[in-house]
Design a protein around this ligand. Structure first.
Ligand SMILES: [Zn+2]
Length: 190
């Protein structure tokens, strides 16, 4: 606890007071929020579309239900030669379509988080984007888990690179899609 308080010491005078308080005494620490808090919170899911809205030739990020990733499921036995989707969130193009399914060529992809997953405020700091949570909701106070910001960026890039090497093509049940988001040349459409 003391280590955590010390790491955010520069952020708040209350923290200095808390560190001096005798053991067992209650102290209140008010964390000074950034200006971004005053921006109007947007819903974090404004552009989600259902599986039935997917069209041939277009690119999407899809998040599928858990069973789409299980090789023992009848759907994957019948349609994907037991080769189930390796990730629940993947991105790629719809190549063909039937009434209940779309055939997609997909790559694993980290969901870009522009908004805090908890409160929906915009995320601007790289540490917030790493966690998908703002400094307060994520209780990380922008503390970089790496030595430098450069290392943080490199770690995120390395994860993205590894993810993009994980590919899968096959039939996706429209009813197996929790939601999809349209993307253009890899960029999400907002
Ligand atoms: Zn938040």
């Amino acid at each position: 606890m003391e280590a955590l308080l010390k790491s955010i010491e520069r952020e708040s005078e209350d923290v200095a007071k808390a560190l001096e308080a005798p053991d067992g005494q209650m102290v209140e620490v008010v964390y000074k929020a950034n200006r971004v808090d005053e921006e109007v919170a947007k819903p974090s899911t404004p552009n989600h579309i259902p599986g039935t809205a997917l069209r041939v030739g277009k690119e999407y990020i899809v998040r599928v239900k858990n069973w789409m990733t299980q090789e023992g499921m009848d759907f994957n036995i019948n349609w994907n030669n037991k080769k189930a989707m390796p990730f629940r969130v993947m991105a790629g193009r719809v190549l063909k379509e039937t009434r209940g399914m779309v055939y997609m060529s997909l790559k694993a992809r980290r969901l870009r988080t522009d908004y805090c997953m908890k409160c929906g405020r915009p995320l601007t700091h790289p540490v917030s984007r790493l966690y998908g949570l703002g400094p307060e909701c994520g209780q990380h106070f922008h503390i970089n888990p790496f030595e430098t910001e450069q290392e943080l960026r490199e770690a995120v890039e390395e994860v993205d690179k590894k993810l993009s090497e994980i590919t899968w093509s096959g039939w996706v049940a429209k009813s197996g899609i929790e939601y999809a988001m349209e993307v253009n040349n890899g960029v999400r459409k907002d």
